[in-house]
Design a protein around this ligand. Structure first.
Ligand SMILES: Cc1cc2nc3c(=O)[nH]c(=O)nc-3n(C[C@H](O)[C@H](O)[C@H](O)COP(=O)(O)O)c2cc1C
Length: 170
């Protein structure tokens, strides 16, 4: 059970992929990746997530222009903006959207698709992203996930830091 566990293997080997081949991601694969977002846990099961699927090249360029750390976006095949409905979950939309974002990253990785989480919430980019996408005021752009078939390979790192594991008390 601990050996060759597909979930643990995916969690451990997932890395941010920022270089893409340009090959298109197959439609059923896209669908499975996007739908993984809906399976995230959410506070009080309110599921405040909305997902904006971005394939319009011009829009990708505009989003990249607004985001200093998403310069890989114009080379990508696809992007998803994970958004949260603040009117249904208040500040918990952020936790819920983080969980949905990680689900999408893991689903992409498990299907051989490269992806990277680019931060939008807590930044000056949130408002212009909302305006560009035509989001209503109560819908907050949380993260930008950039996706494409990977043109780089990254090693699995040992990231466990035993000093940061605390038993019962600090
Ligand atoms: C909240 C958050 C915001 C991030 N923002 C960006 C970003 O704007 N651009 C980027 O290239 N990577 C971004 N990343 C990816 C991190 O740089 C990356 O996860 C980290 O360096 C660890 O590398 P790994 O994902 O390969 O394990 C972000 C990650 C998180 C969780």
């Amino acid at each position: 059970m601990l050996e060759n566990n597909p979930v643990l293997d995916a969690i451990r080997s997932r890395r941010s992929i920022r270089k893409y081949t340009g090959e298109p991601i197959a439609e059923p694969v896209r669908r499975a990746i996007l739908e993984a977002g809906f399976y995230a846990p959410s506070a009080m099961n309110r599921r405040p997530f909305h997902f904006v699927s971005i394939t319009d090249r011009e829009l990708m360029q505009k989003l990249s222009d607004l985001h200093p750390y998403a310069k890989m976006l114009p080379q990508a095949d696809w992007a998803i903006i994970v958004c949260g409905d603040e009117s249904v979950s208040g500040p918990f939309y952020m936790d819920d959207c983080a969980a949905a974002t990680q689900n999408i990253l893991l689903a992409a990785h498990s299907l051989g698709v490269g992806a990277v989480w680019c931060g939008v919430d807590h930044t000056e980019r949130q408002q212009p992203f909302g305006e560009l996408l035509g989001l209503p005021e109560h819908i907050k752009a949380y993260s930008l996930i950039v996706l494409g078939m990977p043109a780089e390979e990254k090693e699995t790192l040992d990231r466990v830091e035993p000093d940061k594991i605390h038993e019962n008390r600090w």
